[in-house]
Ligand binder design. Structure first.
Ligand SMILES: [Zn+2]
Length: 271
């Protein structure tokens, strides 16, 4: 008879932290159970057979045992190691940001297959895309929509009138785009150009392939990034740690490679 305490699950490891002398607590994102913490015993010992499979960002198949405080990983097998991400610091920093954002935007044990699929697709896209920052913008917008916090972009959040095709404002604390008439009295509105609004709407409603086909010039990419970042900070009530790391890498790249800082086709969004 199968042991009811044992089960198998696929998972992506989104976070790890040390526990005691040799163990780790891993935060997993799974297709059917959502986010959960699991104990990996002895994985910090050099003799551990599991440690190589249980690195952050790895997609793996896990054998689990239900425990009192947290479930315990009893066996594991790597399904995708995302090795190309680990060999490129720019891509790795973005993948870590993606994992951290999913961790922060989701509650434990709330099942969401679309979120699992989105994270998996994001890691695969980050391995190959010529524009990894656009991959992150797509993740940010879709993740907020899935969590029920998507910004309102079809009409003004103040007066609900449809937005004319012209420059407007973006007010994170008000929940999205606002028309000029509704700006007075709002906290922290920033100019939202017509192209900025179009890109945000495409991120919200288009497929990833639609988004990937659009050529977003650097100043527009920067505008969209700032709007989404300020919105996420507002929703989470704090910033995402890995975002600061990406910023530092960008600064170092600009400092060390004057004039050649932009990798071909990447269209560095911040300058
Ligand atoms: Zn209005």
């Amino acid at each position: 008879m199968p042991n009811p305490r044992l089960y198998k699950t696929e998972a992506i490891i989104v976070r790890q932290r040390k526990l005691g002398e040799a163990d780790r607590i891993l935060t997993l994102y799974t297709p059917a159970l959502g986010k959960l913490d699991a104990k990996a015993k002895g994985v910090r010992k050099t003799t551990s057979r599991m440690s190589g499979h249980l690195q952050p960002l790895t997609r793996c198949l896990l054998q689990m045992a239900r425990g009192h405080a947290s479930d315990v990983i009893t066996g594991c097998e790597t399904l995708e190691s995302f090795q190309p991400l680990r060999e490129d610091l720019d891509r790795l920093s973005r993948a870590l940001y993606a994992a951290e954002l999913v961790d922060r935007m989701t509650a434990e044990r709330v099942h969401s297959f679309p979120t699992y699929r989105l994270l998996l697709d994001t890691l695969r896209r980050l391995q190959q895309s010529a524009n990894p920052d656009l991959v992150l913008r797509f993740l940010e917008m879709r993740l907020m929509d899935q969590a029920g916090f998507g910004p309102r972009l079809d009409a003004c959040v103040g007066c609900s009138r449809p937005l004319e095709p012209e420059q407007h404002f973006f007010a994170p604390q008000a929940g999205g785009a606002v028309c000029r008439a509704c700006v007075p009295g709002l906290a922290g509105p920033r100019v939202l150009t017509l192209n900025g609004l179009k890109v945000l709407r495409l991120l919200q409603r288009g497929s990833y392939n639609d988004v990937a086909r659009v050529n977003v010039p650097p100043d527009l990419a920067q505008e969209v990034e700032h709007h989404l970042r300020s919105y996420i900070v507002c929703v989470l009530e704090r910033d995402v740690n890995a975002a600061a790391f990406i910023e530092r890498l960008r600064r170092e790249e600009r400092n060390t490679e004057p004039g050649t800082g932009n990798k071909e086709g990447q269209g560095a969004p911040c300058s």
